[in-house]
Design a protein. Structure first.
Ligand SMILES: [Zn+2]
Length: 88
């Protein structure tokens, strides 16, 4: 009858996909990446951006239940916008 609760609904970010979740009694690690169905767009002007590189980065999040340490590992994309000349 019962199933294991999942934190997936808490990490339902638009244009991101959850690659994996590792839970223990006091640590939660959530790995997410960009949804490849969407183009990488400039956050300043909204135009399509070229990619310079991708790298994995880690952010700490607020405690989740008994997990005092919550890490979100995400794929950051660095690029350059030819339209407004901004970098991300
Ligand atoms: Zn731009």
């Amino acid at each position: 009858m019962s199933s294991s609760p999942s934190p997936r609904p808490l990490y339902n970010f638009n244009r991101w996909v959850i690659k994996g979740i590792k839970l223990s009694s006091d640590v939660a690690v959530i790995k997410i990446r960009h949804d490849k169905r969407y183009l990488h767009r400039c956050p300043f002007c909204g135009q399509k951006m070229g990619e310079n590189r991708r790298l994995w980065q880690v952010a700490k999040d607020l405690p989740l239940g008994t997990a005092r340490l919550v890490e979100i590992i995400y794929e950051a994309i660095q690029g350059y916008c030819n339209n407004c000349q901004n970098c991300t």
